[in-house]
Design a protein around this ligand. Structure first.
Ligand SMILES: [Cu+2]
Length: 282
């Protein structure tokens, strides 16, 4: 018995030491990109990501409750039913009320998880009438964005090399030509793959959708905060999979209109059907 409590004490001390030693740092996540020693998700910029984070937190309460309950049962078994304290064990093999309870309670728990889970899935899958459509084509190894509602111009978005990067641009996330969208507008993102399967994912928006050759997938987001948001290809797509990040600038309506004007001129030569890809010899 004494040895048991000694183990418990040792575990508690190790736990306390781990909490003290862990750097406090910016443990809370930044918005739009990961931060050192981050715990949990990146900060949310859309209602869907708010719901994802809320569901995650709810699940954490549920599983913590289950873990504590099972741990309490195990401790009760160890303390009250070991051979020294309880030398003649009970011969009971059935208990109808108990069996009904341990069947019903998990069903109820699963129900309380399934309902909000499916509601969230529905929110993600049902695309509201969109204010803007952007098509993201995954290519080995960069993204091409086209704006079919705005004349259909398109451009390539490639990882910035270290020598081209400004100090405030994060390594392996910043690109040369970012995707730009207006704030507080519903943006429909259509994805497809030009060669192999890629995946378009931006954590702060709560979106991740495969970009499959020969198929047009859809998702949506409504960014409620201006800023720069980063994501990455999230489907292993070949040698440079880790080097095809996603950079989205969420700007005001006026800035978006100004960007559209100059982007239409800058990318005027880029036809909608992968002309740039051929011209660049990729
Ligand atoms: Cu990839």
């Amino acid at each position: 018995m004494q040895r048991f409590w000694r183990w418990i004490l040792a575990a508690a001390l190790i736990g306390a030491a781990a909490v003290i030693v862990t750097p406090v740092g910016p443990a809370l996540a930044g918005i739009g990109q990961p931060s050192p020693w981050q715990l949990g998700f990146q900060g949310s910029a859309t209602p869907v990501m708010d719901a994802v984070a809320g569901f995650h937190d709810y699940l954490l309460w549920v599983i913590s409750g289950i873990v504590i309950f099972v741990l309490a049962l195990l401790v009760a078994v160890i303390v009250r039913f070991n051979s020294r304290v309880n030398p003649t064990p009970s011969r009971t093999t059935h208990s109808t009320p108990l069996e009904v309870a341990w069947t019903l309670v998990p069903i109820i728990i699963l129900g309380t998880i399934a309902v909000p889970s499916i509601r969230l899935l529905y929110q993600q899958q049902t695309i509201p009438p969109a204010d803007l459509t952007v098509k993201a084509t995954g290519k080995q190894w960069y993204w091409t964005y086209s704006y079919p509602d705005n004349g259909g111009f398109e451009f390539d978005s490639l990882l910035l090399q270290d020598s081209d990067r400004k100090p405030d641009q994060p390594r392996l996330l910043a690109v040369d030509n970012a995707m730009v969208v207006p704030v507080d507008k519903i943006v429909r993102v259509q994805t497809t793959g030009a060669d192999v399967i890629h995946s378009f994912a931006v954590p702060s928006f709560g979106i991740k959708v495969d970009a499959v050759p020969g198929r047009l997938n859809e998702t949506w987001f409504k960014a409620i905060r201006e800023g720069v948001y980063y994501g990455q290809c999230s489907e292993l797509c070949g040698r440079d999979h880790a080097f095809m990040p996603i950079e989205v600038h969420v700007v005001s309506d006026a800035e978006f209109t100004a960007w559209l004007d100059q982007a239409k001129k800058k990318f005027a030569g880029n036809g909608p059907i992968g002309a740039t890809t051929v011209a660049q010899g990729w």
